[in-house]
Design a protein around this ligand. Structure first.
Ligand code: NAD
Length: 286
Protein backbone atom coordinates (compact mmCIF):
# COMPACT_ATOMS: atom_id res chain seq x y z
CA UNK A 1 0.00 0.00 0.00
CA UNK A 2 1.09 3.59 -0.58
CA UNK A 3 1.58 5.43 2.71
CA UNK A 4 -0.05 8.77 2.14
CA UNK A 5 1.31 11.79 4.01
CA UNK A 6 0.94 14.52 1.41
CA UNK A 7 -2.08 15.12 -0.81
CA UNK A 8 -2.11 17.49 -3.79
CA UNK A 9 -5.43 18.62 -5.26
CA UNK A 10 -5.56 19.98 -8.82
CA UNK A 11 -8.28 22.63 -9.27
CA UNK A 12 -9.36 25.02 -6.51
CA UNK A 13 -13.03 25.34 -7.51
CA UNK A 14 -16.12 24.32 -5.56
CA UNK A 15 -14.81 20.78 -5.03
CA UNK A 16 -11.00 21.07 -5.01
CA UNK A 17 -10.77 23.65 -2.22
CA UNK A 18 -13.00 21.60 0.09
CA UNK A 19 -11.23 18.31 -0.67
CA UNK A 20 -7.93 20.04 0.19
CA UNK A 21 -9.36 21.42 3.41
CA UNK A 22 -10.89 18.05 4.37
CA UNK A 23 -7.46 16.47 3.87
CA UNK A 24 -5.77 19.12 6.04
CA UNK A 25 -8.40 18.73 8.78
CA UNK A 26 -7.72 14.96 8.73
CA UNK A 27 -4.03 15.64 9.41
CA UNK A 28 -2.56 15.41 5.90
CA UNK A 29 -0.17 17.95 4.42
CA UNK A 30 -2.32 19.32 1.62
CA UNK A 31 -1.78 21.65 -1.30
CA UNK A 32 -4.41 22.93 -3.72
CA UNK A 33 -3.26 24.06 -7.16
CA UNK A 34 -5.14 25.94 -9.90
CA UNK A 35 -4.07 27.56 -13.18
CA UNK A 36 -6.02 30.68 -12.19
CA UNK A 37 -4.45 32.94 -9.55
CA UNK A 38 -7.91 34.45 -8.92
CA UNK A 39 -9.38 31.00 -8.28
CA UNK A 40 -6.54 30.20 -5.85
CA UNK A 41 -7.08 33.47 -3.99
CA UNK A 42 -10.86 32.96 -3.80
CA UNK A 43 -10.40 29.39 -2.57
CA UNK A 44 -7.96 30.42 0.16
CA UNK A 45 -10.27 33.19 1.42
CA UNK A 46 -13.26 30.85 1.32
CA UNK A 47 -11.49 28.15 3.34
CA UNK A 48 -10.29 30.71 5.92
CA UNK A 49 -13.90 31.90 6.26
CA UNK A 50 -15.07 28.27 6.62
CA UNK A 51 -12.48 27.71 9.36
CA UNK A 52 -13.55 30.87 11.21
CA UNK A 53 -17.17 29.66 10.97
CA UNK A 54 -16.24 26.32 12.54
CA UNK A 55 -14.75 28.15 15.52
CA UNK A 56 -17.66 30.57 15.93
CA UNK A 57 -20.15 27.66 15.80
CA UNK A 58 -18.11 25.79 18.42
CA UNK A 59 -17.46 22.85 16.06
CA UNK A 60 -13.65 23.17 16.14
CA UNK A 61 -11.23 24.94 18.45
CA UNK A 62 -9.04 27.83 17.29
CA UNK A 63 -5.99 25.57 17.73
CA UNK A 64 -7.55 22.88 15.53
CA UNK A 65 -8.39 25.24 12.68
CA UNK A 66 -4.98 26.95 12.95
CA UNK A 67 -3.29 23.56 12.73
CA UNK A 68 -5.42 22.55 9.71
CA UNK A 69 -4.80 25.85 7.91
CA UNK A 70 -1.09 25.44 8.73
CA UNK A 71 -1.11 22.12 6.85
CA UNK A 72 -2.88 23.58 3.78
CA UNK A 73 -1.22 25.56 0.98
CA UNK A 74 -2.60 27.12 -2.20
CA UNK A 75 -0.49 27.62 -5.32
CA UNK A 76 -0.59 28.09 -9.08
CA UNK A 77 2.63 26.06 -9.50
CA UNK A 78 1.76 22.49 -10.48
CA UNK A 79 5.33 21.14 -10.18
CA UNK A 80 5.59 22.55 -6.67
CA UNK A 81 2.19 21.06 -5.75
CA UNK A 82 2.70 17.48 -6.93
CA UNK A 83 6.52 17.13 -6.72
CA UNK A 84 6.46 15.31 -3.37
CA UNK A 85 2.81 14.21 -3.23
CA UNK A 86 1.82 10.64 -2.34
CA UNK A 87 -1.70 11.12 -3.70
CA UNK A 88 -2.90 13.62 -6.32
CA UNK A 89 -6.65 14.23 -6.60
CA UNK A 90 -7.62 15.98 -9.83
CA UNK A 91 -10.69 18.22 -9.44
CA UNK A 92 -10.24 20.47 -12.48
CA UNK A 93 -12.92 21.62 -14.92
CA UNK A 94 -15.12 18.80 -16.23
CA UNK A 95 -13.57 18.60 -19.72
CA UNK A 96 -11.79 15.48 -20.89
CA UNK A 97 -9.12 17.38 -22.87
CA UNK A 98 -8.20 19.36 -19.73
CA UNK A 99 -8.17 16.24 -17.56
CA UNK A 100 -6.00 14.27 -19.99
CA UNK A 101 -3.52 17.13 -20.16
CA UNK A 102 -3.43 17.37 -16.35
CA UNK A 103 -2.83 13.61 -16.03
CA UNK A 104 0.02 13.70 -18.57
CA UNK A 105 1.65 16.56 -16.65
CA UNK A 106 1.19 15.17 -13.13
CA UNK A 107 2.49 11.78 -14.29
CA UNK A 108 5.71 13.59 -15.31
CA UNK A 109 5.94 15.64 -12.11
CA UNK A 110 4.68 13.42 -9.27
CA UNK A 111 6.89 10.80 -7.55
CA UNK A 112 6.79 7.31 -9.07
CA UNK A 113 4.89 5.83 -6.12
CA UNK A 114 2.12 8.47 -6.14
CA UNK A 115 -1.50 7.55 -6.80
CA UNK A 116 -3.34 9.77 -9.30
CA UNK A 117 -7.11 10.00 -8.78
CA UNK A 118 -9.83 11.95 -10.56
CA UNK A 119 -12.88 13.47 -8.87
CA UNK A 120 -14.76 13.53 -12.19
CA UNK A 121 -18.51 12.90 -11.97
CA UNK A 122 -18.68 11.75 -15.59
CA UNK A 123 -15.42 10.28 -16.78
CA UNK A 124 -14.22 6.90 -15.58
CA UNK A 125 -10.52 6.94 -14.79
CA UNK A 126 -9.70 4.70 -17.78
CA UNK A 127 -10.25 7.80 -19.92
CA UNK A 128 -7.26 9.48 -18.21
CA UNK A 129 -5.19 6.46 -17.10
CA UNK A 130 -3.81 5.94 -20.61
CA UNK A 131 -2.41 9.49 -20.53
CA UNK A 132 -0.03 8.21 -17.80
CA UNK A 133 2.68 5.54 -17.50
CA UNK A 134 1.12 4.22 -14.27
CA UNK A 135 -2.45 3.13 -15.10
CA UNK A 136 -2.45 0.73 -12.14
CA UNK A 137 -2.15 3.74 -9.82
CA UNK A 138 -5.12 5.60 -11.34
CA UNK A 139 -8.75 5.49 -10.12
CA UNK A 140 -11.77 7.70 -9.47
CA UNK A 141 -12.24 9.22 -6.02
CA UNK A 142 -15.67 10.82 -6.39
CA UNK A 143 -16.49 13.20 -3.55
CA UNK A 144 -19.90 14.84 -3.14
CA UNK A 145 -20.72 18.52 -2.89
CA UNK A 146 -20.08 20.09 -0.36
CA UNK A 147 -17.04 17.87 0.15
CA UNK A 148 -16.45 19.11 3.70
CA UNK A 149 -19.90 17.86 4.69
CA UNK A 150 -20.85 14.87 2.56
CA UNK A 151 -19.50 11.59 3.85
CA UNK A 152 -19.63 9.21 0.89
CA UNK A 153 -16.73 8.91 -1.55
CA UNK A 154 -17.14 6.57 -4.53
CA UNK A 155 -13.93 4.76 -5.48
CA UNK A 156 -14.20 3.47 -9.03
CA UNK A 157 -11.60 1.09 -10.39
CA UNK A 158 -10.86 0.68 -14.08
CA UNK A 159 -9.63 -2.68 -15.43
CA UNK A 160 -5.98 -1.96 -14.62
CA UNK A 161 -6.39 -0.30 -11.20
CA UNK A 162 -4.41 -2.33 -8.63
CA UNK A 163 -5.76 -3.62 -5.30
CA UNK A 164 -2.99 -1.62 -3.59
CA UNK A 165 -4.30 1.59 -5.13
CA UNK A 166 -7.87 0.86 -4.01
CA UNK A 167 -6.75 -0.11 -0.49
CA UNK A 168 -4.59 3.02 -0.21
CA UNK A 169 -7.35 5.45 -1.19
CA UNK A 170 -9.85 3.64 1.07
CA UNK A 171 -7.46 4.25 3.99
CA UNK A 172 -7.24 7.97 3.12
CA UNK A 173 -11.03 8.31 2.84
CA UNK A 174 -11.48 6.60 6.22
CA UNK A 175 -8.88 8.86 7.83
CA UNK A 176 -10.89 11.81 6.49
CA UNK A 177 -13.83 10.44 8.51
CA UNK A 178 -15.70 9.59 5.31
CA UNK A 179 -17.34 6.43 3.95
CA UNK A 180 -15.62 4.78 0.98
CA UNK A 181 -17.72 2.75 -1.43
CA UNK A 182 -16.00 0.71 -4.15
CA UNK A 183 -17.30 0.17 -7.67
CA UNK A 184 -15.58 -2.74 -9.39
CA UNK A 185 -16.37 -1.44 -12.88
CA UNK A 186 -16.82 1.93 -14.53
CA UNK A 187 -20.46 2.75 -15.06
CA UNK A 188 -21.88 6.19 -16.00
CA UNK A 189 -23.19 8.09 -12.97
CA UNK A 190 -21.48 5.65 -10.57
CA UNK A 191 -23.97 4.80 -7.76
CA UNK A 192 -25.39 7.96 -6.23
CA UNK A 193 -26.03 9.83 -9.48
CA UNK A 194 -27.63 6.73 -11.02
CA UNK A 195 -30.02 6.42 -8.07
CA UNK A 196 -30.84 10.14 -8.19
CA UNK A 197 -31.15 10.03 -11.97
CA UNK A 198 -33.73 7.24 -11.76
CA UNK A 199 -35.80 9.16 -9.18
CA UNK A 200 -35.54 12.34 -11.26
CA UNK A 201 -36.59 10.62 -14.50
CA UNK A 202 -39.61 9.04 -12.81
CA UNK A 203 -40.57 12.39 -11.25
CA UNK A 204 -40.32 14.12 -14.65
CA UNK A 205 -42.41 11.38 -16.32
CA UNK A 206 -45.16 11.80 -13.69
CA UNK A 207 -45.28 15.54 -14.41
CA UNK A 208 -45.14 15.07 -18.19
CA UNK A 209 -48.08 12.65 -18.02
CA UNK A 210 -50.05 15.13 -15.90
CA UNK A 211 -50.34 12.66 -13.03
CA UNK A 212 -49.15 14.89 -10.20
CA UNK A 213 -47.81 18.39 -9.57
CA UNK A 214 -44.15 19.11 -8.86
CA UNK A 215 -45.13 20.26 -5.37
CA UNK A 216 -46.90 16.98 -4.59
CA UNK A 217 -44.05 14.87 -5.96
CA UNK A 218 -41.57 16.82 -3.81
CA UNK A 219 -43.88 16.31 -0.82
CA UNK A 220 -43.94 12.53 -1.37
CA UNK A 221 -40.15 12.36 -1.73
CA UNK A 222 -39.75 14.17 1.61
CA UNK A 223 -42.60 12.90 3.71
CA UNK A 224 -42.98 9.34 2.38
CA UNK A 225 -39.40 8.49 1.41
CA UNK A 226 -37.56 10.67 3.91
CA UNK A 227 -35.46 12.48 1.31
CA UNK A 228 -34.16 15.82 2.63
CA UNK A 229 -35.34 17.58 -0.55
CA UNK A 230 -37.73 16.73 -3.37
CA UNK A 231 -36.30 16.00 -6.84
CA UNK A 232 -37.57 19.32 -8.24
CA UNK A 233 -36.21 21.33 -5.31
CA UNK A 234 -32.90 19.54 -5.74
CA UNK A 235 -32.74 20.25 -9.49
CA UNK A 236 -33.36 23.95 -8.77
CA UNK A 237 -30.56 23.91 -6.19
CA UNK A 238 -28.03 22.08 -8.37
CA UNK A 239 -28.98 24.12 -11.45
CA UNK A 240 -30.94 22.90 -14.45
CA UNK A 241 -27.93 23.72 -16.65
CA UNK A 242 -25.75 21.34 -14.62
CA UNK A 243 -28.47 18.67 -14.71
CA UNK A 244 -28.84 19.10 -18.50
CA UNK A 245 -25.10 19.15 -19.25
CA UNK A 246 -24.34 16.06 -17.15
CA UNK A 247 -27.05 14.06 -18.94
CA UNK A 248 -25.87 15.35 -22.32
CA UNK A 249 -22.27 14.34 -21.55
CA UNK A 250 -23.41 10.89 -20.36
CA UNK A 251 -25.52 10.42 -23.50
CA UNK A 252 -22.59 11.42 -25.70
CA UNK A 253 -20.39 8.94 -23.85
CA UNK A 254 -22.78 5.98 -24.01
CA UNK A 255 -24.99 6.72 -27.02
CA UNK A 256 -27.86 5.32 -24.90
CA UNK A 257 -31.09 7.25 -25.66
CA UNK A 258 -32.38 6.61 -22.12
CA UNK A 259 -29.42 8.62 -20.77
CA UNK A 260 -30.28 11.71 -22.89
CA UNK A 261 -31.62 14.82 -21.07
CA UNK A 262 -35.36 14.54 -20.37
CA UNK A 263 -37.37 16.81 -22.75
CA UNK A 264 -38.70 18.83 -19.79
CA UNK A 265 -35.10 19.50 -18.66
CA UNK A 266 -34.06 20.51 -22.18
CA UNK A 267 -37.00 22.93 -22.33
CA UNK A 268 -36.01 24.55 -19.01
CA UNK A 269 -32.37 24.78 -20.11
CA UNK A 270 -33.28 26.38 -23.44
CA UNK A 271 -35.64 28.85 -21.70
CA UNK A 272 -32.82 29.90 -19.35
CA UNK A 273 -34.89 28.77 -16.36
CA UNK A 274 -31.94 27.28 -14.49
CA UNK A 275 -33.25 27.17 -10.92
CA UNK A 276 -32.21 29.25 -7.94
CA UNK A 277 -29.27 30.82 -9.78
CA UNK A 278 -31.58 32.42 -12.40
CA UNK A 279 -34.49 33.16 -10.04
CA UNK A 280 -36.76 30.63 -11.76
CA UNK A 281 -36.62 26.92 -12.42
CA UNK A 282 -39.38 24.55 -11.29
CA UNK A 283 -40.14 27.09 -8.60
CA UNK A 284 -39.82 30.90 -8.61
CA UNK A 285 -37.35 32.59 -6.26
CA UNK A 286 -37.17 36.20 -5.13
N1 NAD B 1 -19.70 20.61 -8.37
C1 NAD B 1 -20.14 19.41 -7.99
O1 NAD B 1 -21.25 19.27 -7.46
C2 NAD B 1 -19.27 18.19 -8.17
C3 NAD B 1 -19.52 17.04 -7.39
C4 NAD B 1 -18.68 15.93 -7.53
C5 NAD B 1 -17.65 15.96 -8.46
N2 NAD B 1 -17.45 17.08 -9.23
C6 NAD B 1 -16.32 17.07 -10.18
O2 NAD B 1 -15.26 17.84 -9.63
C7 NAD B 1 -14.53 18.45 -10.69
C8 NAD B 1 -14.45 19.94 -10.43
O3 NAD B 1 -15.75 20.45 -10.33
P1 NAD B 1 -16.03 21.87 -9.64
O4 NAD B 1 -17.50 21.95 -9.47
O5 NAD B 1 -15.12 22.07 -8.49
O6 NAD B 1 -15.59 22.84 -10.85
P2 NAD B 1 -15.22 24.39 -10.77
O7 NAD B 1 -15.55 24.93 -12.12
O8 NAD B 1 -15.81 25.03 -9.57
O9 NAD B 1 -13.61 24.38 -10.58
C9 NAD B 1 -12.75 23.87 -11.55
C10 NAD B 1 -11.40 24.57 -11.35
O10 NAD B 1 -10.44 23.89 -12.18
C11 NAD B 1 -9.51 24.87 -12.61
N3 NAD B 1 -8.73 24.36 -13.72
C12 NAD B 1 -9.06 24.27 -15.02
N4 NAD B 1 -8.04 23.74 -15.74
C13 NAD B 1 -7.04 23.50 -14.85
C14 NAD B 1 -5.72 22.97 -14.98
N5 NAD B 1 -5.23 22.59 -16.17
N6 NAD B 1 -4.95 22.88 -13.88
C15 NAD B 1 -5.43 23.27 -12.67
N7 NAD B 1 -6.67 23.78 -12.49
C16 NAD B 1 -7.47 23.89 -13.57
C17 NAD B 1 -10.38 26.08 -12.94
O11 NAD B 1 -9.60 27.27 -12.98
C18 NAD B 1 -11.39 26.04 -11.80
O12 NAD B 1 -10.98 26.86 -10.71
C19 NAD B 1 -15.23 18.06 -11.98
O13 NAD B 1 -14.57 16.97 -12.54
C20 NAD B 1 -16.63 17.66 -11.53
O14 NAD B 1 -17.22 16.70 -12.35
C21 NAD B 1 -18.23 18.20 -9.09
Amino acid sequence: MVEVHKIAVIGSGAMGRQIGMAAAVAGYDAVVQDISADAVEAAEQDMKAWAAGRVSKGRMSQEEVDAALGRLRFTTDQADAVGDADLVIEAATERLDIKRQVFTQIDELAPEHAILATNSSTYGSSSVADATRRPEKVCNMHFFNPALVMKAVEVVRHPETSDDTVDSVIAVIQKMGKHPVVLNAEIPGFIANRLMGAVRTEALNLVEQGIASIEDIDTVAKSALGHPMGPFELMDLVGLDVTYLIRKATFELTGDESEAPHPLITAKYEAGELGRKSGKGWYTYD
